[in-house]
Design a protein around this ligand. Structure first.
Ligand code: HEC
Length: 123
């Protein structure tokens, strides 16, 4: 990865961290849920996409295949924003494709959070 890319990723992460802090504060002050929240129907769709499409490489139960396992223990120490970036932009030189034309930043972030929390893989 070039220095420019790393710098850009850091910038992207910093921006997201800032907005996350902001959202947390807004939610704390104001109990009304954030309008950014994904609708449940879309969350269900995303869960399906991860199991089917991502599962074709990462395994239906995300235990790995052509791509590495995506269970919480495998993602330990990897920041959510790093995973989000991987999902959106893929990894050059590997089979991991970019998903930015199919998923929004918010959706990729949600998927990353679910993966880290172990909430997507079937038992
Ligand atoms: C065509 C195969 C393929 C598909 C489809 C695919 N991936 Fe991947 N993915 C890979 C490979 C291969 C890697 C490992 C890249 C590397 O060597 O760094 C990877 C890496 C990742 C990583 C980083 C894991 C880590 O430990 O750093 C995440 C997160 C990820 N994929 C999520 C997804 C999600 C979410 C989807 C579906 C939206 C998806 N992938 C679809 C092949 C795939």
């Amino acid at each position: 990865m070039s220095y420019l890319k790393i710098t850009l990723s850091c910038l992207v992460m910093a921006t997201h961290l800032l907005s996350l802090t902001f959202v947390t504060e807004v939610v704390a002050v104001n109990v009304i849920s954030s309008e950014d929240e994904l609708p449940q129907a879309r969350k269900d769709q995303l869960t399906h996409i991860v199991q089917q499409d991502c599962g074709s490489c990462h395994g239906m139960t995300l235990k790995g295949g052509l791509g590495p396992a995506l269970l919480p223990e495998n993602l330990e120490g990897k920041p959510v924003l790093f995973l989000q970036h991987t999902i959106l932009y893929g990894r050059t030189g590997t089979a991991m494709p970019p998903w930015k034309t199919l998923l929004t930043e918010q959706e990729a972030l949600w998927i990353s959070q679910q993966l880290k929390a172990g909430k997507i893989a079937k038992p």
